[in-house]
Design a protein around this ligand. Structure first.
Ligand code: NAD
Length: 467
């Protein structure tokens, strides 16, 4: 494949710089990749700014047509995009394919939304209307765990509302996003969507750029705080989708055999590199041993390997930094608890870690208190559900959480008091384009997806007329 290009002002161009993108399953270079300079970032923002007046005045039907065409082109090129995604990210090809089709579906979902004028008062003396106006240039910053689907949380909503976009994937996973840029170059008017890649050095520049009106950021809480600080001077709008430490509380009336596969999937999908993965399990003492055993069996049976190989269930960690961090957490967990599955680092190239279950561990251990973002799951015993809920809430994070019980009323009563943006009952990690998603506490500000997510790409303008 020829080297990928950046998309700036409707033109596909080389980066002023280049960088290598590593396949985390082999540690070999997938391909050299263009890397934008600060001057190219400025050019992309200038192009987005110049494209804004005309794009924001198009009829919403025209913008919907463009979103529909983007969805079509993603689907038509799904096999190629999925392969690139697996090569750069590490996830199994079936999951990558699901992510690509998911991204297309998210674009299609936004073609069904509108931004109607809301008439607040239409009386004899006055008429008051609320309009949703576009903001201008949006900086869209994406992490490395789900490059395409997280892009699709942002770009279609931003475009539908009449904004223009500068999109920046993570430094270690730019390839599928750049390829998407190439595929849409002929569909989207010049400057409306710009795609640049960096070596983790342009996110701050994009955030602080005076011509960017809003930053839609997904990534770690630490970086999210920098984004918020960078946006403060110009009072930019921000949406922050940040880290989490989701707890699953499993009550005493749960059948461990039935729940374990769902909890395992919720914890280990994408090798645990999911913002809304189950990151801590609180299991009632009555079912604790049985649940630990079931989870350990599933972990032992999981097939890890190169995502391009048939039968692979779990790929590698995406990058060396994350791999080293998770290895450290496992080493510490050996002392804080008892490893009953995994804990082994295979002696092979690639950032592989076998799925690991740690029991007899409790709050205060780093693996419980921090976001591991990898394939290692602590299982904590509790006697009183109220105590489990208090411990689940005792974290700066508040992204997701779940309650597991055969008594829905009982589960619901606990769910209502979970301090998180989403609470699932008898499931975990489910997302859909029509369901708004966002974090409580230090897991974020604002929401994406759904009508509420669309509204965040707009400025509310009231027109109030006397008559
Ligand atoms: P990260 O914060 O290191 O990087 C995310 C993005 O920010 C990358 O594109 C990076 O280049 C860019 N960036 C780096 N420095 C920046 C700066 N100073 N200003 C602006 N942008 C900058 O995150 P990561 O390690 O790539 O992703 C993992 C984290 O993302 C985890 O904490 C995970 O929970 C979180 N996450 C959250 C959600 C959510 O929706 N809440 C979804 C996925 C991942």
């Amino acid at each position: 494949m020829a080297q990928l290009k950046l998309l700036i002002d409707g033109r596909l161009e080389d980066g002023d710089l280049t960088m290598d993108v590593i396949n985390p399953a082999t540690e070999a270079v997938v391909m050299a990749c263009p890397r934008a300079s600060k001057a190219q970032l400025d050019k992309a923002v200038a192009a987005a700014k110049a494209a804004f007046p005309a794009w924001s005045r198009t009829l919403i039907a025209e913008r919907k047509a463009v979103l529909g065409q983007i969805a079509d082109v993603i689907q038509a090129n799904a096999a190629e995009l999925a392969r690139l995604l697996t090569q750069e990210q590490g996830k199994p090809i079936a999951d990558a394919t699901g992510e690509v089709y998911g991204a297309a579906a998210f674009f299609r979902y936004f073609t069904m939304l509108d931004l109607p004028v809301k008439v607040i008062d239409d009386s004899e003396g006055r008429r008051v209307e609320a309009h949703r106006r576009p903001l201008g240039v949006i900086g869209a910053i994406v992490p490395w765990n789900f490059p395409l689907i997280l892009m699709a949380f942002k770009v279609p909503a931003a475009l539908l509302a009449g904004n223009t976009v500068v999109l920046k994937p993570a430094a270690t996973t730019p390839l599928s996003t750049l390829r998407l840029g190439e595929l849409i170059a002929q569909i989207v008017p010049p400057g409306v969507v710009n795609v640049i890649a960096d070596a983790n050095d342009l996110g701050g520049e994009l955030t602080r750029h005076p011509d960017v009106r809003k930053v839609s950021f997904t990534g770690s809480t630490a970086t999210g705080k920098k984004v918020m600080a960078g946006a403060a001077d110009a009072l930019k709008r921000i949406t922050l989708e940040l880290g989490g430490n989701d707890a699953a509380i499993v009550l005493d009336d749960v059948d461990p055999k039935t729940a374990a596969p769902k909890i395992f999937q919720g914890a280990f999908q994408n090798s645990g590199q999911v913002c809304i993965a189950v990151k801590r399990v609180y299991a009632h003492e009555k079912i604790y041993d049985a649940l630990c055993d079931e989870l350990a069996q599933l972990a032992d049976a999981a097939v890890i390997g190169d995502g391009l190989e048939q039968g692979t269930q779990l790929g590698p960690l995406q990058n060396k930094m994350q791999y080293d961090k998770v290895k450290d957490l496992i080493e510490e967990a050996r002392h804080d608890g008892k490893i009953i599955a995994g804990g082994v680092i295979p002696d092979q190239p690639g950032y592989f870690i076998r799925p690991t279950i740690v029991r007899d561990i409790t709050d205060g251990a780093r693996l419980v208190d921090e976001e591991q973002f990898g394939p290692v799951l602590p299982v904590i015993k509790f006697a009183d559900p109220e105590d489990a809920l208090a411990r689940a809430n005792n974290t700066p994070y508040g992204l997701g959480g779940s309650i597991w019980s055969s008594d829905l009323e009982r589960a619901y009563a606990l769910a209502e008091r979970m301090e998180s943006g989403t609470v699932w009952i008898n499931k975990h990690s489910e997302l859909a384009p029509n369901i708004p998603f966002g974090g409580a506490k230090e897991s974020g500000i604002g929401v994406e997806l759904g009508e509420e997510g669309l509204a965040e790409f707009t400025q509310l303008q009231v027109i109030s007329m006397a008559r």
